[in-house]
Ligand binder design. Structure first.
Ligand SMILES: [Fe+2]
Length: 367
């Protein structure tokens, strides 16, 4: 990729393609002290108030800087290497981490250990990279005093509060408003599919574990989606095209949101799965369409519930699992309350927390 100048015009040349860089695009990026606050990196001018007929009177390249005189009287030097970072419209930090498909054969992946200054450490950077690769990480030895999970969440970003509170206690309760608060087994599901937006990441912190059951289960929705696409394109298509209604009600709130069970990005890549078969309402489609839809949903459910895809493990007290609620499904095996207590605390954070922290640590450690 290189910059070329022809008659007061600036071109970007990637070897096969040459295109002109709009003068206004360059004018917006002027970073002299008068135009950009060095501390916040925020503009001190409003580009929407500039004359849209911005052009270049004079330009040259000097020492990897573009020296430009614009027609509105402003002159500046622009760092070409800084501009080059913007030529790709991709998020180069998060998108450069390739998702690793996994199933029940997943070998032990690295567990992390909570230490002092954890949140600003290189270890934290490695943890976040691992999270984006596999969709989950387990961190051991997290303090359990004073609802430390909230502290943990707020040290990465901010807790995403819901109607279950800032955090929630997962233990068997009388008169529960969700099956999570019983000792029943929970088949693989995603949390809060009825919420707009759905919370991105769930943290679960084990406080007490005195029972022999109550194993945590995880399934990689990304792997299942890719496999379904290869095995039955018709099923994949209908599940990624039909929006269903998810609904949650209790005495205080009625939450509803519509979504496909398999949500794709605009470029048809994987974005999100939602699955909670106690909460979804399929719209009234033509009978043959519904026939196909129900067969597809059944197949998807069989895959999510199959031993081929599920991993099971026991969280020990002080273990905290951080899992991607857009990518993974989670559940638990049943347990006997007669054996003792099982008590986890949970809360949600969103992607801006983990993404912001990852970019910050990458910058901090020059990675
Ligand atoms: Fe859940």
């Amino acid at each position: 990729m290189k910059i070329q100048l022809i008659k007061n015009k600036v071109y970007l040349n990637n070897g096969s393609l040459k295109k002109e860089i709009h003068p206004f695009w360059l004018r917006e990026r002027i970073d002299d002290e008068k135009f950009l606050d060095k501390g916040t990196q925020q503009r001190l001018f409003d580009p929407t108030s500039l004359d849209s007929e911005i052009s270049i009177d004079k330009v040259c390249i000097n020492d990897n800087f573009l020296e430009i005189n614009f027609n509105d009287g402003v002159s500046s030097k622009l760092d070409i290497s800084k501009l080059a970072l913007e030529f790709s419209n991709e998020d180069t930090v998060i998108k450069s981490i390739t998702k690793v498909k996994w199933d029940s054969s997943l070998k032990e992946i690295k567990n992390f250990e909570y230490l002092e200054n954890f949140f600003e450490s290189r270890e934290m950077y490695d943890l976040l990279v691992s999270f984006y690769k596999y969709g989950f990480v387990i961190i051991k030895n997290i303090p359990i005093n004073d609802n430390f999970i909230v502290n943990f969440a707020n040290s990465i970003g901010s807790v995403r509060r819901t109607n279950f509170g800032e955090y929630f206690d997962v233990k068997s309760k009388s008169d529960p408003n969700d099956l999570a608060y019983t000792s029943l087994g929970l088949t693989p599901h995603t949390d809060n599919p009825y919420r707009n937006p759905v919370p991105c990441i769930q943290l679960l912190h084990c406080i007490v574990s005195e029972v022999s059951g109550g194993l945590s289960t995880l399934v990689d929705g990304f792997t299942v989606t890719e496999d379904l696409k290869n095995e039955n394109l018709e099923f994949y298509k209908i599940l990624s095209e039909v929006k269903v209604r998810f609904k949650f009600i209790d005495k205080d709130v009625v939450l509803e949101d519509w979504s496909e069970l398999v949500k794709l990005n605009n470029d048809k890549t994987f974005k999100q799965v939602r699955f909670s078969p106690r909460l979804d309402y399929v719209p009234i489609l033509e009978k043959d369409q519904l026939d196909l839809y129900y067969r597809a949903r059944k197949k998807l459910s069989e895959m999510y519930n199959s031993n081929k895809y599920r991993i099971e493990f026991k969280l020990a007290p002080r273990d905290l699992i951080m899992m991607d609620n857009y990518r993974l499904l989670h559940g638990r095996t049943a347990y006997e309350t007669r054996e003792g207590n099982r008590y986890l605390q949970g809360c949600y954070i969103d992607y801006d927390s983990t993404e912001g922290k990852l970019r910050h640590l990458k910058r901090k450690f020059n990675l």
